[in-house]
Design a protein around this ligand. Structure first.
Ligand SMILES: Cc1cc2nc3c(=O)[nH]c(=O)nc-3n(C[C@H](O)[C@H](O)[C@H](O)COP(=O)(O)O)c2cc1C
Length: 245
């Protein structure tokens, strides 16, 4: 089965939004990203102070909210539900994995806001291989749902091949790669191809700049097992039908 994933968009991707998009042929939708602990909530407050309101969320009510949102999706669409989570330790992510309606917890190793990276969250996880390995292993071992890790490609100083090797060895189910190519309005398909050859067990979800069936097919041809879409779906519609993939 080709994975067709609605990618996380903080402040946008709630159950109502996911349900609007599911009929376009997605078989996995993503809630969030959410701040899952007190340090990330504090960091998000600082980000909001400079106008990025999509980072708003309180960690205390999060398990309840996610349970409600995921149930709403499950009751109305036949899709897997993933939840993208920002946290400085594995525990809050493991807690969300215990929610029956949650199929996948996604560790956010992607956010690059300084307020989050300075507390070791988001992209900062990619800078410390030992921590990345310990963090993901612990989530994999104790999680009740599948585990995904969302990473960004072409981060200066980061060797994606090593990151992918660590994640694959840790036993994650999905590696969700934003194959961003700085300065270009398209995905770095060479990176997707290189990374896909390193992965032995996990499924590779290729992300970035998919805006029609052709760009989705190119991503799959480059070696991804599935594709994910954010901006092309941002207004609640998709200008193409993913079931034709
Ligand atoms: C408004 C907005 C919010 C986003 N929020 C998140 C997030 O919370 N977590 C995350 O991992 N990625 C987030 N992303 C990144 C997207 O999931 C995706 O990786 C990126 O937009 C590239 O894919 P695209 O070209 O299909 O948009 C966000 C993107 C947008 C546009």
């Amino acid at each position: 089965m080709i994975l067709k994933v609605l990618a996380p968009m903080a402040g946008i991707s709630n159950a109502r939004f996911c349900l609007k998009l599911a009929p376009y042929g997605f078989n996995m939708v993503t809630l969030g990203g959410y701040n899952a602990d007190k340090p990330t909530v504090r960091a998000a407050k600082k980000i909001m102070e400079r106008g990025r309101l999509e980072f708003d969320f309180s960690a205390d009510e999060l398990p309840y909210i996610i349970q409600e949102e995921a149930s709403l999706i499950k009751n109305n669409a036949d899709v897997m539900v993933s939840v993208n989570l920002r946290a400085v330790s594995p525990d809050p992510i493991i807690e969300i994995s215990k929610i029956k309606e949650v199929d996948v917890v996604e560790i956010n190793a992607h956010c690059r806001q300084e307020e989050l990276t300075s507390i070791g969250c988001g992209q900062a996880l990619l800078m410390d291989f030992e921590r990345l390995e310990d963090f993901t292993r612990e989530v994999v071992i104790r999680s009740d749902s599948k585990v995904s890790v969302k990473i960004r490609g072409n981060v200066p100083g980061i060797d994606e091949s090593e990151v992918v090797r660590i994640l694959d060895n840790s036993g994650v189910d999905y590696i969700h790669l934003d194959a961003m190519k700085p300065g270009f309005d398209c995905a770095d398909l060479k990176l997707v191809n290189r990374v896909s050859k390193m992965i032995k067990k996990a499924d590779l979800i290729g992300n970035n700049s998919i805006r029609d069936l052709e760009s989705a097919r190119r991503m799959l041809k480059a070696g991804a097992d599935g594709i994910s879409i954010a901006r092309a779906a941002m207004n609640g519609k998709l200008p193409f039908d993913l079931s034709l993939l």
